[in-house]
Design a protein around this ligand. Structure first.
Ligand code: SF4
Ligand code: SF4
Length: 368
């Protein structure tokens, strides 16, 4: 079932991060998208969400303003889009979140975010010398100082963002984690680098054999030693929850059904955005909020239907793996290859095994 709609209100970005799955991997379809969502497409999206919720009992959907960089719409438009979403969706709206690179959060923008009660997801990859090596402007200038200014303005308005950090296999995870603690972050998610089997070598040929585990294991140790219940670090909290028999959040591990869809600035209903690292056009569905509803997904797009309602079976190796209940074969884009589609273990399989084994021994749990 769909619980979240990730809505691209801007398709371009003021940054050009070297690893960006949208602009710098296999897919170039963003070039065909309108730069901004129109009021007509936005309103149709709200109507589709409202009708989807009405057909289900007490169903709510969370809205995520995404991009590109969603703040490119400007503070006035952000305010009007938020107000419109609340008006049309009413009780069907669970929350509004803005996923931002943080570099355009001037006082006016932060004021709109605070007044509208918007939660903030904030991308930050570490201290300046690490962050600025990959998260750069189109003029190749680092973005750390502007991101930190944005973070300070949010905090001044009483907003503590959830920080997303993409694992960079060539730097120290522990240094990044310590920096995050030094600047007072309490909600941190480390994302595994998005890449498919077909392109892993071209991105990470000079990395170690388990670069993600080499990065995350010292982070886990530091976080575990800190033992601060107010600091949530994913994926560790989710993985520990799964190890203890509960459910972790998120779609990276456990092979869960997808609970969200993406809507592009032209109204296209698309599949998991990060699949763009697989090949150009993979996320296309021929569905559009102007003509279709989310209930048309089943009849009109087998792949998206499978992601949301059916799921993908694990490959033979994952089926036989003692970590399958926790790992679930890894994130879909990381499972993909041209030759076998999603019938592969994750490109980060050895990293995941190593990390899980380390975590289990640190917290004194046996493998099931
Ligand atoms: S800020 Fe996000 S959308 Fe923009 S280039 Fe960087 S990773 Fe891509
Ligand atoms: S650790 Fe590797 S083999 Fe095991 S479930 Fe995960 S991806 Fe599959």
């Amino acid at each position: 079932m769909i619980h979240q709609v990730i809505l691209k209100i801007a398709s371009r970005c003021n940054l050009n991060c070297s690893y960006c799955y949208l602009y710098n991997h296999q897919d170039s379809s963003w070039k065909e998208q309108p730069k901004f969502i129109t009021d007509h497409v936005f309103d149709r999206t709200l109507e589709v969400i409202r009708d989807y919720c009405r057909r289900r009992t007490a169903h709510q959907v969370a809205l995520v303003f995404h991009g590109g960089e969603p703040t490119l719409v400007g503070p006035g438009r952000l305010a009007s889009l938020s107000a419109r979403a609340k008006l049309v969706l009413g009780r069907s709206l669970a929350s509004i979140t803005l996923q931002t690179n943080g570099t355009r959060l001037n006082e006016e923008m932060v004021d709109v975010i605070a007044r509208a009660g918007i939660s903030v997801g904030f991308s930050l990859d570490g201290p300046a010398h690490i962050h600025d090596a990959t998260r750069v402007t189109h003029a190749n200038l680092g973005s750390y100082s502007n991101a930190i200014l944005g973070l300070e303005r949010l905090r001044h308005a009483g907003i503590e963002p959830a920080v997303l950090c993409v694992v960079n296999p060539y730097v120290s995870g522990e240094e990044i984690y310590r920096h995050f603690r030094d600047i007072g972050l309490r909600n941190i998610t480390f994302l595994l680098p998005d890449v498919s089997h077909d392109h892993k070598l071209s991105w990470y040929s000079s990395a170690s054999s388990t670069p993600v585990a080499d990065y995350l294991t010292p982070v886990f140790d530091s976080w575990f030693r800190d033992d601060d219940p107010d600091v949530v670090v994913r994926p560790f909290t989710d993985l520990i929850a799964s190890m203890m028999g509960g459910n972790g959040e998120g779609d990276i591990f456990g092979n869960p059904l997808q609970t969200y869809v993406m809507v592009e600035t032209d109204g296209s209903i698309e599949a998991l955005d990060t699949l763009r690292v697989c090949y150009s056009g993979i996320t296309k569905t021929k569905l559009n909020v102007v003509e279709h509803t989310f209930d048309n997904i089943q009849e009109l797009n087998p792949m998206l239907h499978r992601m949301i309602n059916v799921g993908f079976p694990l490959c033979v190796k994952c089926e036989q793996c003692h970590e399958r209940a926790i790992c679930g074969g890894g994130y879909l884009p990381h499972r993909y290859s041209r030759a076998r589609e999603f019938d592969n273990p994750s490109v980060w399989c050895e990293d995941i095994k190593s990390l899980l084994q380390h975590m289990r021994s640190a917290i004194g749990l046996m493998a099931t």
